[in-house]
Structure formats: C-alpha cells, structure tokens
Design a protein around this ligand. Structure first.
Ligand SMILES: NC(=O)c1ccc[n+]([C@@H]2O[C@H](COP(=O)([O-])OP(=O)(O)OC[C@H]3O[C@@H](n4cnc5c(N)ncnc54)[C@H](OP(=O)(O)O)[C@@H]3O)[C@@H](O)[C@H]2O)c1
Length: 385
C-alpha cells in the first residue's frame, strides 16, 4: 500500500468506507463487515470513513475495529442530517452530533469531521463557528466538506478553513473532476474520492439485466439506468482493454485513474467482501503512463459529449411521457430526471432539492401511488422545462 502525507497523517491511497452498513447496497451482515474492516487494516488501509446517517452500527463497528491502534488510523465521519433525511447544521446540532459520534466511535477525537449535506436554513457562518469551536476543543483535527454544491463550497472556503473535501469521483462520475477538484486544488485542500468503483459498475460485473435487492440504492441510481448505464458499460469495456496492457482488472484501472487526478489524497471503496477489497487495494503502488491517461481522458471526453447531447432528450421524455406503471420504475425515472438535470446544467441543485426530498420522503413512507408520482412529475416538469 502506498501512502500520501496529508495534514497530520500519512494516508493510504486506498481508503475504506462503511456506507454499506446502512443497507445502501442491500443487507450486509455487520459481523462479516467487521472482518472486512479488519482485513483492510491488515492490507495497510488506514483511512476509514463513516457518517452519522449510516446508522450507529457503522460508527460503532469502525470504532471497535480501530480502537487498539487508534492513532495509526485516520477516521472521518459526517454530520448534517437529523432524523433521517432532513438537513440540519445549526450550531447546537453540530456540537451535539459531534459528541454523539465521539461516544459511538469510542474515541476522543475525529480526524476529519465533514459537512455531509447543505442545510439551507442555517447560515454557513453559524456552522463554521461550531466546527471552529470543535477544532479549538481538540474534538476534531480538521473539518471538511462533502456533498455540497459549488456555491456552498465557496461559502465554506470564504467563511471558514476546511481541511479536506470528499466528492464522488469515478470514471463514470466525472463532474466533480471538472468543477470541484480545481477549486480544492487552488485552495490547497486535499480531496477524498468516493464511489470510485461506480458503486460496483466499473467491476464489469453488472449490466442491463442486473437485479438488485429491495432497498439497494442502485435500483434508483441513474448510473444503473438508461443513457448513463449505456455510457458506463462502454467505459468498462475501455478499461478492460487498457487493463490487459497493465495486467490489471477494469476496477483497478478505474481506481488508478481516480488516484491520478491532481489533489486526490485517497480513493474510498466500500466492498462487503474481502476478495473485492483485495482487488481494490491492488490499485495502489503503480501508475498509468501519461500517454494512456491522455487517451483515456480523450475517450471519457467523448462520453461527456455523448451524455451532454443525449441526457436532455431523455429527461424531456421522462417528464413529458406517461410514467411507467411499475411504481419503482416510475420513481427511478423521476430520480433520473432530477439528478441528470443537475449534471446537464438544466437545473441547479437548489431548484431540485425540495422536490427530491419530497420524493425520498414519499418513498420512505412506503405509501406511493402512481397518481401521486404523476403529480410530482408535473412539478418536476415545471422546474425542468
Ligand atoms: N460523502 C458522501 O456523501 C458519500 C457518499 C457515498 C459514499 N461515501 C463514502 O465512500 C465509501 C465508498 O463509496 P461506496 O460504498 O459507494 O464505494 P464503492 O466501492 O464504489 O461501491 C460499493 C459497491 O460496489 C461493490 N464493489 C466494490 N468493489 C468491488 C469489486 N472489486 N468487485 C465487485 N464489486 C465491488 C460492492 O460490492 P460488495 O459489497 O459485494 O463487495 C458494493 O456493492 C462509502 O462506504 C462511504 O464511506 C461518501
């Protein structure tokens, strides 16, 4: 395992996250996951990520696994949600949430404490004050930023002193490379990339007919549907081809591509199987040569152009045609239209978030009807067209 010096630590190029313990990728046995975390330590992984919203089991399991050698690992956890899906970043909530995370993790400091989501109801300055005080008290070493818009990121940089940034970045999720990464590089803020395997798609193990467990986020994740999936499968083929030259698997090529982006400190994956973790760790300690990187970037640039042409048409079709009768399909199509509208710059995150949260709440309530979704489709149409 290779390491990069960043802030107070030498950080492993490959990091490990605990998102799967929330059930995001279907049911995961926490005892089995603990063994994967232990195996990560054996492989030299020393960056571990979790979040309050992944459930107490995630922070507790990570804390227990790393307790005996706490100072040798770097732990990030995140705040920003209260009671499920509503964002909250008030001073009191941030301070209380930190105390709770410290208790659940069984540690007296958090290396990187991250703002998970934006809270439009709290001024950034108020959140920054809370984070600054936690830093002053030694409860956190640095604070950082995660799922935030460029506008919010700039707000935190102007008003505060974020020490790290986390972003989705993979060969099939490239927006942050062009938009967020340059801002962080300019401000000397190191970046942690997540979902670098594209939630598994870059392994080549998934295709058009893949079926996921109930509750698996990939049932609704645009990457696994429509034009995005089509493009992702072409990326996998390209990585397979290049991998033959390096004797690496497509996912190892994909992770190495992420690690070759300027400013990326570590690449997080979150497998629940030891053999997957071993494969991902094999992306450390070598590099893709400049010429191959350039050719790969050129290929990915063409995929960007393809998506820029095709996505607006798909979005229009989703919001103007009758919804599919299967509720889950209809829901996944609406999510597709919203998420892709942001990446295609048809709408801003601020514009789509209220309706996005409504959709999630509706899903969580389990009480979804096609007529309700058709009403939501009409609100979405007004925003997007
Ligand atoms: N800041 C944020 O908002 C945010 C959002 C998402 C994630 N994260 C953090 O980043 C971490 C990593 O993201 P992620 O969990 O989305 O990572 P990921 O590794 O891209 O996705 C995990 C999924 O991919 C599969 N997978 C991974 N490597 C594989 C391999 N070599 N072969 C076959 N399947 C493989 C896993 O399957 P198996 O379970 O079968 O191994 C699992 O279903 C998270 O755990 C979390 O800590 C942060």
């Amino acid at each position: 395992m290779n390491y990069k010096r960043y802030k107070h630590m030498e950080i492993s190029e490959i990091g490990m996250g605990c998102y799967a313990l929330s059930g995001a990728y279907g049911h995961v046995d926490s005892r089995a996951y603990r063994e994967v975390l232990e195996h990560a330590c054996e492989l030299g992984v020393n960056y571990f990520d979790t979040a309050q919203s992944y459930g107490k089991i995630a922070e507790r399991t990570l804390g227990e696994v790393t307790k005996a050698f706490r100072e040798e690992v770097c732990i990030s956890t995140k705040i920003g949600m209260k009671d499920g899906i509503k964002p909250l970043l008030s001073y009191d909530h941030v301070v209380d949430a930190c105390d709770r995370s410290l208790k659940t993790l069984g540690t007296d400091y958090i290396d990187f404490y991250l703002v998970h989501y934006a809270d439009p109801s709290t001024p950034i300055q108020e959140t920054v004050n809370a984070l600054g005080d936690l830093k002053g008290d030694g409860k956190i070493v640095e604070y950082g930023l995660s799922h935030l818009s460029m506008e919010n990121v700039q707000g935190y940089i102007d008003k505060g002193d974020p020490g790290i940034a986390m972003m989705e970045l993979s060969a099939v999720a490239r927006t942050s490379r062009d938009e967020l990464l340059p801002i962080y590089v300019k401000n000397n803020i190191g970046s942690v990339a997540f979902s670098v395997t594209g939630r598994g798609i870059l392994t080549g193990n998934y295709g058009k007919d893949s079926v996921f467990q109930k509750g698996d986020i990939r049932n609704m994740d645009p990457l696994f549907h429509r034009t995005r999936l089509e493009s992702a499968l072409r990326v996998v083929e390209r990585l397979k081809e290049l991998g033959r030259k390096y004797d690496k698997t497509p996912v190892q090529m994909a992770i190495r591509w992420v690690l070759s982006q300027p400013g990326v400190v570590t690449a997080l994956t979150g497998p629940s199987k030891k053999e997957h973790l071993e494969e991902n760790s094999g992306a450390s300690g070598w590099s893709i040569n400049k010429e191959d990187l350039r050719a790969l970037d050129e290929f990915l640039g063409k995929e960007d152009e393809y998506l820029a042409r095709k996505e607006p048409l798909v979005i229009k079709e989703i919001v103007t045609s009758p919804l599919q009768e299967d509720i889950n399909q209809a829901l996944s199509d609406l999510v597709y239209s919203l998420e892709c509208a942001v990446t295609s710059k048809i709408a801003t995150e601020k514009e789509i978030l209220p309706v996005f949260y409504n959709l999630l709440e509706l899903k969580k309530s389990g009480d979804i009807s096609l007529s309700e979704l058709t009403r939501m489709q009409s609100s979405i149409r007004k925003i997007l067209l």
